[in-house]
Design a protein around this ligand. Structure first.
Ligand code: SF4
Length: 499
C-alpha cells in the first residue's frame, strides 16, 4: 500500500443491513492499514458513505447527505468524499453526475482499493469511479477494524443465486461465492484469539453455503466445526432461506452447544400466491414445518423474521394469510417492511401495485399483531434465569435507569440492574428476568453470577490503549483485581451507530 500523508482522519457512515456494517469494518481496516486514523473531533478529512440500495428512498437520502457535505467540501481544502456500497454499485457514474463534488465512487467488490482511489483522486484532482463487476478478493481477506472486542462477524459467502423479485441484491452482489471452510474457521479462530466470545456467520443465504464447492451439507458441518473452537461461546448466523433450510442444519444447531437458540427465518409473506410472485420457492406449510422441527429440537429457540406488506397484487385474502401464518409462527420479533418500488427489480414493473393507503392500513394491523405476540412471548420469559453477554450501546436509557444491557443466549435484549457487580462489556452475567415489554426484558433482582471473561479483559486492554494508560494484564483482570476499578471507571467509549 502506498504511503499517504500521515494522520489524515476518516469517518465511515453506514446505511443498511448487517452485511454493510461488516463491509464498513473492512473499509475502516483498509483505511487504517493505509495510515488513516478515525476522526474523533467530528471533522474528518475523509467521509466514506457506505450506501444501501435495498431500503426505501436510499438515493434521496444519499443525495441529501451529499448536499450537506458539499458545503464542507467548499470550506475545507483537502476534504474528500467517497461513496461505496450497493447504491454505488448500481448507480456508479450517475452519482458523480448528480454530485460532482464526490471524489471516489467504489463498488461492493472493490472495497480494498478505497485508499488508492482516494490518493489517486487527490493527486489527479478528479473523481475516481471504480466498480468491479465481480469479486476479486473475498472481503474477509481485507484488513478489518472491529467494532467490538466481544463479538465479530465472518462472511461465509457473498452474492445470491436466488431471484426474489423484490430484491436488488443478486444484480448488485452477483452470484453466490463461497469461502472455503478452512478459511472461514481460520478467521473465526483469529477473532477468538483476539478476545471475541461471539461470532455471527454472514451470508445472503447461508443454507446454500457449499453450492460452489459441491457440498450440500457444508453449512451444518461448518456450524459443528466452529462449535469445536475452544473459547468460542456463542455462534449465530444470518440469514437462512426457508427453501434451502434442511434438517441436518437443525441437528447441527441442536447438537452444538455454542450455537445459540435463535433463528432469523425470513417469511416475507404468508400467502402462497404472493410467495410464488416473489419467486420464493417455499410455501407457508413448509415454513411452519421448519419452525415446528426447530422448536421440537431447541425448545427455547427465539425465532424472528422479515415480512413485506403490500407486494404487487397482494389481495385482502393474501394479507389475511400472512396474519394467519404470523399468528401461528409466534415470532419473538419481526422486521416489517411496506413494499415500495425498487427500480431495477422485477417487481417494480409488475401490475397491480397496491395503493399506499391500503399498504399503510395492512402494515399497521400486522405490526399491532406482531407487537402483541412479541409482548406475550416476552412475558413467558419472566422468571427464567438467563446468561447475558454484556454489550455497549444497546441500552439507550441505561444511564438514567442505572442498568446495563446485553443479549441473552436467544438474542433477546435484556436490561439488568448490576447491583454491586461491575461487569465489563464482554463479561457474562446470570440474571433472572423480572419484567417483560414487547421489545426488551428487564432483570431488576440483581446479578446472580458474574463471569469475567477474556472478552472483558480485551475490553480493558482496548480501553487502556485508547486512554494511553497501561493495560491491566489479562490474568489480573480475569481475577477481578486490576480490572475492577479499571475499565468501568474509565467511562463508556465512543460508540458508532450505523444508520
Ligand atoms: S434470497 Fe432473495 S431476498 Fe435474499 S438476497 Fe437472495 S434474492 Fe435477495
Amino acid at each position: 500500500m502506498s504511503a499517504i500523508a500521515p494522520q489524515r482522519t476518516y469517518e465511515v457512515k453506514t446505511f443498511g443491513c448487517q452485511m454493510n456494517v461488516h463491509d464498513s469494518e473492512r473499509m475502516r481496516g483498509s483505511l487504517e492499514d493505509a495510515g488513516y486514523v478515525e476522526a474523533v473531533d467530528g471533522a474528518p478529512d475523509v467521509v466514506v458513505i457506505n450506501t444501501c440500495a435495498v431500503r426505501e428512498n436510499a438515493d434521496t437520502k444519499l443525495y441529501g447527505h451529499l448536499g450537506h457535505l458539499a458545503r464542507t467540501k467548499r470550506e475545507r481544502p483537502g476534504f474528500q468524499i467517497a461513496v461505496g456500497g450497493c447504491l454505488a454499485q448500481k448507480d456508479r457514474a450517475t452519482i458523480v453526475e448528480r454530485a460532482p463534488w464526490v471524489d471516489v465512487v467504489f463498488g461492493t467488490h472493490n472495497m480494498g482499493s478505497l485508499p488508492t482511489l482516494l490518493e489517486r483522486s487527490r493527486h489527479n484532482d478528479e473523481a475516481q469511479v471504480e466498480i468491479l463487476e465481480s469479486l476479486e478478493v473475498f472481503p474477509s481477506t481485507l484488513p478489518t477494524k472491529r467494532e467490538s472486542t466481544y463479538a465479530g462477524w465472518v462472511s461465509i459467502s457473498v452474492g445470491c443465486n436466488n431471484t426474489c423479485t423484490f430484491c436488488i441484491v443478486p444484480s448488485l452482489r452477483g452470484k453466490e461465492r463461497d469461502r472455503r471452510p478452512g478459511e472461514v474457521l481460520a478467521e473465526v479462530q483469529a477473532l477468538v484469539d483476539d478476545g471475541a466470545l461471539e461470532v455471527t456467520l454472514l451470508g445472503q443465504n447461508v443454507n446454500s453455503y457449499g453450492v460452489e464447492f459441491g457440498d450440500r451439507l457444508a453449512f451444518g458441518k461448518l456450524l459443528r466445526a466452529a462449535g469445536a473452537i475452544d473459547g468460542l461461546e456463542r455462534i449465530r448466523f444470518t440469514s437462512p432461506h426457508p427453501a434451502a433450510f434442511t434438517d441436518d442444519v437443525i441437528e447441527a444447531m441442536a447438537e452444538t452447544p455454542a450455537v445459540m437458540p435463535q433463528l432469523h427465518m425470513p417469511l416475507q409473506s404468508g400467502s402462497d400466491r404472493v410467495l410464488r410472485a416473489m419467486r420464493r420457492s417455499y410455501r407457508s406449510s413448509r415454513f411452519l414445518g421448519i419452525l415446528d422441527r426447530v422448536r421440537d429440537r431447541i425448545p427455547h429457540a427465539a425465532i424472528t423474521t422479515d415480512l413485506i406488506v403490500g407486494f404487487p397484487g397482494e389481495t385482502d385474502e393474501d394479507f389475511e394469510d400472512t396474519l394467519r401464518v404470523v399468528e401461528a409462527s409466534r415470532f419473538a420479533s419481526a422486521f416489517t417492511f411496506q413494499y415500495s418500488i425498487r427500480p431495477g427489480t422485477p417487481a417494480a414493473t409488475m401490475p397491480d401495485q397496491v395503493p399506499k393507503e391500503v399498504v399503510q392500513e395492512r402494515f399497521e394491523r400486522l405490526v399491532a399483531l406482531q407487537d402483541r405476540i412479541s409482548a406475550e412471548e416476552n412475558e413467558r420469559q419472566v422468571g427464567r434465569t438467563v446468561e447475558v453477554l454484556v454489550s455497549v450501546g444497546e441500552g439507550k436509557k441505561d444511564a438514567e435507569t442505572h442498568r446495563l444491557s446485553g443479549r441473552a443466549e436467544d438474542n433477546r435484549l435484556v436490561h439488568f440492574a448490576p447491583g454491586d457487580a461491575a461487569p465489563r462489556p464482554g463479561d457474562v452475567v446470570t440474571v433472572e428476568i423480572t419484567r417483560a415489554a414487547p421489545f426488551h426484558l428487564l432483570a431488576d433482582a440483581g446479578v446472580q453470577h458474574l463471569r469475567r471473561t477474556r472478552s472483558g479483559d480485551a475490553w480493558d486492554r482496548a480501553q487502556a490503549d485508547s486512554c494511553a494508560v497501561p493495560a491491566p494484564d489479562a490474568t489480573s483482570a480475569s481475577q477481578g483485581g486490576a480490572a475492577q476499578g479499571g475499565a468501568v471507571s474509565l467511562g463508556l467509549p465512543t460508540i458508532r451507530v450505523g444508520a
